[in-house]
Design a binder for this molecule. Sequence first.
Ligand SMILES: [Zn+2]
Length: 388
Amino acid sequence: MASVNILLQQLTIFGESSGLVINASKSSIFFAGVSENMKQAILSLSQFTEGSFPFKYLGVPLSPHRLLASQYSPLIHRLESAIQNWMGKYLSYAGRLELIKSVLHGMVQFWISIFPIPVVVISRITSLCRNFLWTGDMLRNKSALVAWKQVCLPKYEGGLGVLDIKARNDSFFAKHLWNIHLKADSLWIRWNDYPLWRVAPVQQLFSSWHSGTSNFTANAYDFLRLKSDPVHWANVVWEQWSLPRHSFSLWLAMLGKLQTRDRLQFLSPDPICPLCQSADESHAHLFFNCDWSSSLWRKVRFWLKLYSNMASLSRATSVLQNNKKGLQPRMRRVSLVVLVYLIWEERNKRIFESTSKSVEAVFRKFQILFYTILYFHEKNHLAYNVAF
Ligand SMILES: [Zn+2]
């Protein structure tokens, strides 16, 4: 009781000197390991109400115990209401991806940096994001074009760089453990002697994350996430000057995941390529074995003065991949991204809208997009025209 008295006196002195007077009716006190008599005496002395766990602080429930999955419902509801307000079915894949990365992950970040999230909650968040990306609707569960574990890989490993929530959550907790370790001299830490620190490999691993070039959490995340081999085409597909929806189409094409007719045999009885009408449609055919698309590709290459052998997407991306930031290498990468988008768009219009454009008309569309992108990034493009 003496300690409580001193604490209350200090709060009163603080209130008098700062003007920040404690409002007892709005204050709560939380008890653990105290007898009922003592509890009543403290409550009567302080005039505070008795608080109970979990309570919300800055919108997040706080508890001395691990939170139950049901206590994550405020987070799940926030994510659901954000998705419901977005009219996702009118957005492109690229638009939805941007919302997942910027808004949904922003909401999740705060929680996963504080709590160890139960597996069932992580699966719920993942399925909301996955359904939204592929259907625009959190409840519609159409089969995804690309597996989520691939989506979560970084772009240079063939993914979309979407957050792996489990790995991120674990990396935050590794950081908390590391911070505890750094305070190993403190009395509290010595009382709780954490057995993990007696394991040499764990100490070495955590030390390497601490001393790396990135921050600790980023190094831990990179260690804990799923990995794959680097792909050669990442800097072509994700060329910064390209439009995101164009890049997304090329990304799907590079993975062989566009829904060409050879992949839809059960849904589409007609396997013929709608562009040339003379061969079965597949990724290899469409880009660029097809007579129609190869004559378009020839026009583009002639116009760009690209004379290397580029008979397939894989070959074209190999030739164009480099890290050069100059105008010409950039615009050549942009050109391939635009071209694949236009071929896929023309193919879809022929199937779903029964309209068709000539190679010449699509080439003009290509030139308009080319100059629009060029002008957007390089206002003095007229001075550079000679390069093309
Ligand atoms: Zn064809």
